[in-house]
Design a binder for this molecule. Sequence first.
Ligand SMILES: Cc1cc2nc3c(=O)[nH]c(=O)nc-3n(C[C@H](O)[C@H](O)[C@H](O)COP(=O)(O)OP(=O)(O)OC[C@H]3O[C@@H](n4cnc5c(N)ncnc54)[C@H](O)[C@@H]3O)c2cc1C
Length: 329
Amino acid sequence: MNAPGSPPSIAVVGSGVIGLSAALRLCEAGCKVTVLARERPPQTTSNVAAAYWSPGCTEGPQHKWSLETLRVLEKLAAQHPAFLSPRRFWKLFKRPVADPSLGEGMSRIQRLPQGQLPEGIGDAWGCDTYVIHADRYLAWLTAQLETQGVRFETRELRALSEVPPGFAAIVNASGLGARELVPDAGMYAIRGQVVRVELPGALPLCILNHHEDDVATYVVPRQDDCILGGTYLYREEQRAADEATTAAILERCQRLAPQLQGARILEVKVGLRPGRDAVRLGCERMRDGRPVVHAYGHGPVGFTLSWGCASQVKRLVLETQGMAGTLQA
Ligand SMILES: Cc1cc2nc3c(=O)[nH]c(=O)nc-3n(C[C@H](O)[C@H](O)[C@H](O)COP(=O)(O)OP(=O)(O)OC[C@H]3O[C@@H](n4cnc5c(N)ncnc54)[C@H](O)[C@@H]3O)c2cc1C
């Protein structure tokens, strides 16, 4: 535990986008943070993500967390164009729709004129968003934490009780790992495969997103390459890329954006999204009395919710230390 008057020592389990964002907010609030993780970037699921801010989180606490994240990304984008770029997002539909459910708080919601629709698409609604280059962003977050004196330990835990004594509170940001660590039987994998290709010069810099009949197709142009997706395979855990899936992704994306024909494949990646029916963000006590703030189960929208969740983690951790409203809370 902490000596009176000294900053609380907090262990953050997990080094994906959720753990790193929460760790940064805790540092800024004056906590002494150690990050424990089995994998660190670039080996985490977060590194596989197409990582655009998704306008689909329109309900419950997710809505608030996503809008807070959007505000943070807006500020960061001005300083970090190498990993954060404004993009137009287009949600595509087979048939015309009256309400695209893009949610409040979006800017420049607009319908694409009929003449500009991709082949086979009956309607498209757009709004402004940001695309994050996950590898560069997670490396930047890690560097920020190192500058603030955060210690990183690469280790696998079998249970949260294995977090060494001496930490006043634990943040559990272990993604799908929470299934075994907590354990939480409500967690499941949502397998995602993406193909990274060279950015064809002629491709308009906007995100195209088309979900239909359980098939998800997305084209996400980044700073100097393009992520093509994808799959949402519930409870599938094969980590190796599947060739037939790669071919299907290329074919579907080229139909939406013919400029992608012939684009050179740079990499094929697979990630298991941490699925859960709802994000778990709350506090409980372990048997030894130590408080744990759980922050996992972000499924397909971890980047979209990251800063909102990080602020909530910080509030909960400071409450456990009787510090709500103190430091820079
Ligand atoms: C293909 C794909 C595309 C995506 N696109 C988007 C997108 O466009 N927008 C968006 O918002 N989200 C997107 N996502 C979702 C997003 O990537 C996830 O929601 C997010 O990565 C979850 O972050 P996390 O930090 O909870 O988990 P992770 O990144 O999985 O990190 C978990 C951490 O916990 C550690 N850990 C786990 N178990 C243990 C243990 N037992 N002991 C020690 N450490 C442990 C891991 O090593 C890791 O460091 C996408 C995901 C995929 C796969």
